[in-house]
Write a protein of this length. Sequence first.
Length: 199
Amino acid sequence: MRHYSLIIPVVFMIAGCSSATTPPIHEYTIYTPSQLSQKVQKTSPKILRLSATRSIPSLESKQLSYLRSSGESGTYLYTRWSDTPSLLIERSLYRSLTEKGLFSTILSPTSSSTADFVLESDLHAFYHHFEDAQPSKGVIDITYRLIDTKSKLPFASKHFLITKDAPSEDAIGGVKALSEATNELTQLCTQWIEERTKE
């Protein structure tokens, strides 16, 4: 059975005397539904800490970005995310790893507790990509590294490039495509971490 991320819209009216003619701002978040029918027992005494994701400056805001094949890039005026793309992905992965039960504890980036492994990540792309004569796509490009805290060295790294066709050539199409791409990324990254930490 396939599971999809859900997008939850929240509409904000722009304050001021022009609110009667200005379109509302639509804000979306990504919610990854549970993948499990029952709670899983913890399979390892190890602790994992998620490091804060590094991203390029254009992805450090809540704006929904688009890119055209001509190289033109920009953001949608009346559509935005509830958080930055990095935080949306981090929350989705945190939930997936917690449900999977791969570690006794999963620490957030703000935690100062000691962990056995640290997961670092670099987000290179998170945008709605328009291609000539083809359906537009949601694109996520991200690299993960697993760090052994004892040696302070990475023992595994993985690059993910996820694309999903958008159901429409507009902002909501981009939101839906990126939501699906985030869900797939979360599942693939969880599987990769499970494989590498069991070796």
